[in-house]
Write a protein that binds this ligand. Structure first.
Ligand code: SAM
Length: 273
């Protein structure tokens, strides 16, 4: 077991770097498949490309589809509009960034943020193969988003927030970069409130997107503390006993001070999770 948050994050990074190398190998025809991570060999379609409609998969390079290890389809949730600026947290092979870039059109921009160099290389190649010019990939941590305050219309993410070792920092950063009234539309693994952290860890590993999952009430409270309203966490499919793929939606409060909420600073902590 890793002893610190740093070691846990490094374990996550190493796992996804290995998975990116497998995808890059596939591109060259080694037939390695998509590799473990948020999935195992017998996940039965609970993670990854099976969660995208056939017409969306047809819009994408094969390598982006193979690289998908999400737990839902945030682009189906977020209702992106022409000209909007979208940020995908933990963009992996770029599947949601490419789909978002197409949804927002040439007047809009889709950013993907990922900490793993190998993943960024796969995603950039996939965006080139898809022919989208308004998709950009940034290196960085979702706990320290390298974008200015109030600069994004919509934040999406697919099965990544559960991997963070500081979820309060992630929610505070999402609140900071979203413009007032901006939307969050996320797919993630979420636990039923009855499960303790130890019980979640019995059901799967941290790098496999299970042990680090928040409970539903923790997610809701964390979002409210970070300055969100219209918060909703809806289970979509069970991935283990009491653990679900879920759609998480919220809107950044337009006037946080007027509602007596703390105004979140870049290094702020929302005091949840
Ligand atoms: C489960 S995969 C994401 C799947 C992807 N969204 C998709 O739908 O295909 C996790 C990704 O998040 C990245 N990641 C995990 N923790 C991160 C963090 N704290 N900051 C930035 N990226 C992170 C990993 O490098 C990896 O590419």
């Amino acid at each position: 077991m890793p002893s610190s948050a740093e070691e846990l994050r490094e374990q996550v990074r190493a796992k996804y770097a290995e998975s990116a190398r497998a995808v890059a190998g596939d591109r060259e025809g080694c037939g390695c498949g998509s590799g473990g991570c948020c999935a195992d060999d017998a996940d039965g379609g609970k993670f990854g490309e099976a969660l995208y409609a056939a017409e969306q998969r047809d819009e994408l390079p094969d390598a982006a589809v193979i690289a998908s290890l999400g737990c839902g389809n945030p682009t189906a949730v977020a209702e992106l509009r022409d000209g909007e600026i979208v940020l995908d947290l933990g963009s992996r092979g770029g599947i949601d960034v490419i789909l978002s870039a197409r949804r927002v059109g040439p007047a809009g921009t889709a950013y993907g943020l990922d900490m793993t160099d190998e993943m960024l290389a796969v995603a950039r190649q996939n965006a080139r193969d898809a022919g989208v010019a308004n998709a950009h990939f940034l290196k960085g941590l979702i706990e320290q988003i390298p974008l200015p305050a109030d600069s994004v219309d919509v934040v999406i993410s697919n099965c990544v927030i559960n991997l963070s070792t500081d979820k309060a920092a992630v929610l505070a950063e999402v609140s900071r970069v979203l413009r007032p009234g901006g939307r969050l539309g996320v797919s993630d693994i979420v636990a039923e409130d009855r499960l303790t952290a130890a019980e979640r860890a019995e059901r799967g590993s941290y790098v496999g997107c299970i042990a680090g999952a928040l409970a539903k009430a923790e997610y809701e409270a964390g979002l409210e503390a970070a300055g969100f309203e219209q918060v909703s966490v809806e289970f979509t499919h069970e991935v283990a006993d009491g653990m679900h793929g879920a759609i998480v939606q919220a809107v950044k409060t337009a006037t946080p001070a007027a509602k007596g909420l703390p105004v979140v600073q870049p290094s702020g902590r929302a005091g949840c999770c």
